[in-house]
Design a protein around this ligand. Structure first.
Ligand code: NAD
Length: 370
């Protein structure tokens, strides 16, 4: 019987767990055994007893590594060397971000399956789409983080002490995360405007009831319906238009990304200068000048800039529940592995000592030659 091992996450600030107790039974029903590292779920409020009650065995980290056929995680563990030849690792491995991870996995003979390489347009892949499930959580949290850092109310409040005007919120990049940030900020009572380079996303913004910001800048839909990178000229035109457009907003949330490309800079230093003191910028996408991942910076003008690339980890219960479902779907579909299947091949990073994913292999070759 295939043994699935769940390890405790090692990345700083990471509170999610790859499998939650309610899904243990689901895996056992599918013919798997489940082995969980002691306190693996503690950050998401799932104790060892809950895993045991659900039918898993709780063991030390060393034992989980030694006995599991498949190890599941969110982010690559910092003790990758504990994995052994022939073992499978399933997670959001981000092999394009850090080439050392696939290199080490290939060298160790580990079969690595990365959820962030999922071909999201395949309909049978929907239940495995962890990028979507985690972006949804991050977008929700972004609105809460902004509300918390903002010194005023988000809704209009009518009280004996007077009436407050609702906060004006601008969301740049209306993909999964941005749309959830828009919906959440609207539920909190803010007056929300959204912007995206894709025409389809503009329709999505309008369907939430938010206003759509239209700029004197080109729309840019590329391969597979995703955004394409703008040319230098287009990007400059967009930034100039945004520099003017952001003034007057109390909160700006940025969640713009281009698959496989660099995060576009959308809020420049000039734009930050035009925001009023007390304004709050929450940067999910790496779209803001001077923002630092994981840090809050107060500009000399009194604008709070929060660099927040990993917000899903701060809603560990909901994020783990959604991710766990994605993992169960991946295990049900990809174990046993069939490298000739289109979906399997797309997510397979390393196998039998080789880096099998062409884009990952190309990125590594590029880095070596540059
Ligand atoms: P993402 O995280 O790659 O990008 C976030 C958003 O940033 C996108 O909406 C993109 O258009 C926008 N963006 C990029 N460059 C920009 C710029 N210069 N200025 C402003 N906005 C910019 O994308 P995502 O959230 O993972 O997914 C985006 C869309 O893809 C979704 O809204 C959905 O419609 C689609 N999608 C489809 C499937 C499917 O076909 N099954 C699955 C997942 C997502």
């Amino acid at each position: 019987m295939t043994i699935i091992g769940v390890i405790r996450e090692t990345a700083p600030g990471e509170r999610r767990v790859a499998l939650v107790p309610p899904d243990v039974g689901r895996l056992k029903g599918g013919g798997f055994e489940v082995l969980v590292e002691t306190r693996a779920g503690a950050g998401a409020w799932h104790d060892d007893e809950a895993y045991t009650a659900a039918g898993a065995r709780v063991a030390s980290r060393a034992e989980v590594y030694a006995a599991s056929d498949v190890v599941v995680c969110l982010r690559p563990p910092d003790d990758l060397e504990a994995l052994r030849n022939g073992q499978t690792l399933v997670g959001l491995l981000a092999p394009l971000d850090d080439p050392r991870v696939p290199e080490r996995l290939a060298a160790a003979g580990v079969t690595a399956i990365s959820l962030d390489l999922l071909p999201r347009t395949l309909s049978r892949a929907q239940a495995m789409d962890a990028l979507t499930s985690q972006a949804n959580v991050a977008g929700y949290k972004a609105a809460l983080v902004a509300a918390d850092a903002y010194g005023g109310f988000l809704p209009m409040l009518v009280t004996a002490a007077g009436t407050t005007r609702p906060a004006r919120v601008l969301v740049l990049g209306a993909g999964i995360a941005g749309l959830q940030a828009i919906a959440t900020a609207r539920r909190l009572g803010a007056v929300v405007t959204g912007y995206d380079v894709r025409e389809a996303a503009r329709e999505d913004i309008a369907s939430t009831g938010a206003s759509v910001l239209r700029l004197d800048a080109p729309a840019a839909t590329g391969e597979g319906g995703y955004a394409r990178s703008l040319t230098d000229e287009e990007a400059e035109q967009q930034r100039r238009a945004l520099d003017t457009a952001v003034a007057g907003f109390d909160v700006v949330i940025t969640a713009a990304q281009v698959p496989g490309g660099r995060s576009p800079l959308l809020v420049t230093e000039d734009a930050l200068e035009r925001l009023r003191p007390g304004a709050v910028v929450v940067d999910l996408g790496g779209n803001v000048a001077g923002s630092e991942p994981g840090r809050t910076v107060l500009t000399s003008r009194g604008v709070t800039v929060i660099g927040a690339p990993d917000l899903a980890a701060q809603v560990p219960e909901a994020a783990s529940t959604a991710y766990s479902r994605n993992v169960c779907a991946v295990l049900a579909a990809l174990i046993p592995l069939d490298p000739d299947d289109e979906l399997h091949a797309a997510m397979l990073v390393t196998h039998q000592g080789r880096i099998t994913h062409p884009r990952v292999a190309a990125a590594i070759t590029e880095e070596v030659t540059s």
